[in-house]
Write a protein that binds this ligand. Structure first.
Ligand SMILES: *Cc1c(COP(=O)(O)O)cnc(C)c1O
Length: 379
């Protein structure tokens, strides 16, 4: 049967290479994975405890309303429960927002090199993607985006503005000083929804930032996405939150699958949200190691993009395909970001100090041995 050209042209998501696959392929025992921005400290011990107790109830359906989970989110972030909805990871919430608000041919507006879920979900919903170019070092200028929005909405139905802040894969942050100006003009626009995807917000150390989960209620057209996949260490269980106006929460709850967050995920997420000290430990480790890793990469002569997240993006100036194969053969999984149109660039998640030190050693050795330069045609 024929499908739409947008669906036919969809490319499968390229995840970080799994550890087991790398071990098998290269006959290795020790493999370090710093490719998917996961929490190097694992999960809170409270999560493991809570999961054990939940195993006796697996024959029951999950709570479709995720009432206790939403309560836990409400308490953790001081947001009214009625303003929260949950998703199977925040990825599902991105997908739902686009399906809810975009009809085929409508558009979403985002930055160049933004999180890949936006264009993929848009394409699946036959929505168009308008990309605003980033500036030097991948800076995202909201005044440039506002200009584009004013200009293009005359001819296109732009429904969503999708902002990953900080952005993945660049780690770049849009400062609050720019956001506040942007929201004065568009924060209550009745034909627009501005989505702040705060997947890495826990790791932000810049003084010029206000978590949008504390701010969204001042506007009618702002929603915030949070995930438990990064700082809370629950990537494998798939839990995300949306915070937004009641009208948005209501629509998400009507369109989503009623059991989108399974019962183990709900139990684990509640325990994780109730252990802020665990998150804090991970954040402190990240702040320290992020600065150290960036400094080490720079001292290897590599250009590093300043990051406010739990990873750093650097320019290897090499053919990343060739570089990556060499790193994998030495037991190091990093993330080439060719799928973001960033040739030569590699994203390295921040691990434990031991992992980071070992990773930098391997990277240094491989670069010293020599790898084909970027643009040599080795792709
Ligand atoms: C990792 C990430 C997410 C989280 O996705 P989940 O589906 O919640 O695991 C969302 N947005 C960005 C920008 C990310 O990098």
């Amino acid at each position: 049967m024929k499908v739409s050209p947008e669906i036919a042209a969809l490319k499968p998501y390229v995840p970080g290479k799994p550890i087991e696959e790398t071990q098998r392929e290269f006959g290795l025992k020790d493999v370090i994975k710093l490719a998917s921005n996961e929490n190097p400290l694992g999960v809170s011990p409270r999560v493991a405890e809570a999961l054990k107790l939940a195993l006796t109830d697996l024959h029951r359906y999950p709570d479709a309303g995720a009432v206790q989970l939403i309560q836990a989110g409400s308490q953790a972030w001081s947001v009214p429960a009625e303003n929260l909805a949950v998703g199977n990871g925040s990825n599902e919430l991105i997908d739902l927002l686009i399906r809810i608000y975009c009809e085929p041919g409508d558009a979403i507006l985002t930055f160049q090199h933004a999180f890949v879920a936006y264009p993929v979900c848009a394409q699946a919903a036959r929505a168009r993607v308008i990309e605003v170019p980033t500036g030097p070092d991948f800076q995202m200028s909201l005044s440039t985006l506002a200009e584009k929005l004013r200009k293009d909405r005359g001819t296109q139905k732009i429904r969503l503005v999708c902002l990953a802040n900080p952005n993945n894969p660049t780690g770049v942050l849009i400062p609050w000083s720019e956001i506040s100006v942007f929201l004065k003009e568009f924060g209550n626009d009745p034909d627009l929804l501005i989505v702040f995807d705060e997947a890495y917000v826990e790791y932000v150390t810049s003084k010029d930032y206000r978590p949008m989960i504390q701010e969204f209620r001042h506007w009618n057209s702002v929603v915030v996405l949070r995930t438990l996949s990064k700082a809370y260490g629950l990537a494998g269980l798939r839990v995300g939150f949306l915070a937004g106006p009641l009208s948005v929460v209501d629509l998400v709850n009507r369109v989503r699958n009623p059991f989108n967050v399974n019962s183990l995920a709900q139990v684990a997420a509640i325990a994780a949200l109730q252990d802020p000290e665990f998150v804090q430990r991970g954040v402190e480790l990240n702040t320290k190691e992020r600065a150290w890793v960036a400094g080490q990469l720079q001292s290897m002569g590599l250009k590093v993009i300043e990051s406010q997240a739990n990873f750093v993006l650097f320019d290897s100036k090499k053919s990343v395909k060739a570089l990556n194969q060499r790193l994998l053969s030495r037991g190091l999984i990093l993330r080439p970001v060719l799928n973001y149109g960033l040739d030569g660039f590699v994203r390295m998640s921040i691990g434990t100090h031991e992992e980071n030190a070992k990773a930098l050693q391997i990277l240094g050795e491989v670069l010293n041995e020599g790898v084909a330069a970027n643009g040599d045609g080795v792709r």
